[in-house]
Design a protein around this ligand. Sequence first.
Ligand SMILES: [Zn+2]
Length: 66
Amino acid sequence: MQKIIRNRIKCNSCGAVIESRTVHEFVQCPCGRVYVDGGLDYLRRGYKDGPDDYIEMAEVKKLDLK
Ligand SMILES: [Zn+2]
């Protein structure tokens, strides 16, 4: 189980860092190759060619289930 602190990626084409802050906030980078979605509920990524289109910059915190 993990808690999402920041949902963001960096585009390898235009260098923009994009971040989704709320669950339905869909954010695309200026060059349009990658996007993030899901806010702090889930990490959704989209890309044009493949996962190498972006650098993962999400911050997540692992939760201990006791
Ligand atoms: Zn871009």
